[in-house]
Design a protein around this ligand. Structure first.
Ligand code: PMP
Ligand code: GLU
Length: 402
């Protein structure tokens, strides 16, 4: 790094890891710009376009003059729709002053980290975890404590394991279900077990990231905040990016105890203000509208999950899990560690992801950024043709590793 950068940049940013998902997506774009036929299975993004009726609502909002600042926690109309949605889908009771709308769920999480953590506070993240959790917690001055479950337990942490990691410094427990990167979905009983452990500790909060709620292949989505013993201490984060294919719109939200919502609004008021006004109008419309397009996307993801699992069966050395939601498979690839094609030796999942990118021109993300060094993440939010071709290429280049 330039000496000037090293001297002048803050420790905060110097010590921060770049997002592994965004880095891989950029590497894939760079190779594509060089004229290579790269198949990008790195970024967790629906390949579908936003449904037309939601786009129309945004166009109408623009024509209706929704071009001005919105209230910092969000348009009343959207917050009312979120209150209804939480009740309808999640059995969660929030009032208007408990909802904060942000520029994506990522900002909701950053607000929470900044609002809740002090130096020395610990935040438990159930691992494998979504890449940004780790750095968002550090940005808030906290210490991320990963509690990891392996593929043999479907990447799901058990209550005793969680219990053992809680200390007097633990401020919150953060996890996603359906999970990015594993696609695992905690069942009602499993969530109840975690809630019972957390409820025994005064002042211990839960942040439930439910952004993949609508991409769930089990028969139901359960919100941990709906259990009576943790209702008052759970912050539920959600957003429009995944279920409505609205990644670029930057719209997310949380339902939280009023004092936390107020604190997040205060932070947001000094940093970004209210989210995009016409996107919020469209978001309000999307929540109340027919969810059929969302269910159709979910069904397409389910079909592609099955296709991907079937294709991966044919690739030696990948031990795949069986995701129940989201759009990722997270195979254990440790079989390849120590193997070489004569030029490159694979020491870890980072090496394997780079080897596959450079030789097969398929972009995936190493598990290291997700707290699982032995895995890689493959997004199946891609066309059948791309999935078929990507697996063919992977099989070919992996076959050269001896
Ligand atoms: N949480 C998880 C688990 C995610 O995968 C993502 C995807 N980026 C986010 C939060 C952030 O979502 P958004 O695009 O709404 O910021
Ligand atoms: N959540 C997606 C992913 O995990 C989008 C990229 C990001 O924001 O990290 O790939």
């Amino acid at each position: 790094m330039d000496t000037i950068a090293a001297q002048l940049l803050s420790r905060r940013v110097l010590e921060m890891e770049e997002s592994a998902t965004l880095r891989m997506a950029q590497l894939a774009r760079n190779l594509t710009a060089q004229g290579l036929q790269v198949i990008n299975l790195s970024l967790g993004e629906p390949d579908f376009d936003t449904p037309d009726h939601i786009k129309e609502a945004a166009k109408k909002a623009l024509d209706d003059g929704y071009t001005k600042y919105s209230p910092v926690p969000g348009l009343v109309e959207l917050r009312q729709a979120i209150v209804r949605k939480f009740k309808r889908d999640n059995d969660l009771d929030f009032s208007l002053n408990q909802i904060v709308v942000s520029n994506g769920a990522k900002q909701s999480l950053a607000n929470l980290s900044l609002a809740l953590l002090n130096e020395g506070d610990e935040a438990i993240i159930l691992a494998p975890y979504w890449v940004s959790y780790y750095e968002i917690i550090r940005l808030g001055g906290g210490k991320p404590v990963a509690v990891k479950a392996g593929i043999e337990q479907d990447f799901k942490v058990t209550p005793p394991h969680l219990k053992a990691a809680i200390t007097e410094h633990t401020k919150f427990v953060l996890f996603s279900s359906p999970c990015n990167p594993t696609g695992s979905v905690y069942s009602r009983e499993e969530l109840k077990g975690l809630a019972d452990v957390i409820a025994k500790h005064d002042n211990l909060l839960i942040i439930a990231d439910e952004i993949y709620e609508y991409i769930n292949f089990t028969d139901q989505h359960v919100s941990i905040g709906a259990f009576d013993n943790v209702r008052d201490r759970t912050i539920t984060v959600n957003g429009f990016a995944k279920g409505f294919a609205m990644t670029g719109w930057r719209l997310g939200y949380m339902g939280a105890p009023a004092w936390i919502a107020e604190a997040c609004t205060k932070i947001q008021g000094q940093v970004t203000s209210g989210a995009n006004s016409f996107a919020q109008k469209a978001g309000a419309y999307a929540l109340d509208a027919d969810l059929q397009p969302t269910y159709e996307m979910r069904d397409a993801f389910l079909r592609r999950r099955d296709l991907t699992l079937q294709l991966l069966e044919d690739v030696p050395g990948l031990l795949s899990n069986h995701p129940q939601g989201a759009f990722y498979v997270f195979p254990d690839v440790s079989y390849y560690f120590g193997k070489s094609d004569g030029t490159t030796t694979i020491q870890n999942a980072d090496d394997l992801a780079m080897y596959i990118l450079e030789n097969a021109h398929v972009a995936l993300v190493s598990g290291s950024g997700f707290g699982a060094d032995e895995c890689i993440r493959i997004s199946f939010a891609a066309s059948d043709e791309d999935l078929i071709e990507a697996t063919r290429r992977m099989k070919e280049v992996l076959g050269k590793l001896k």
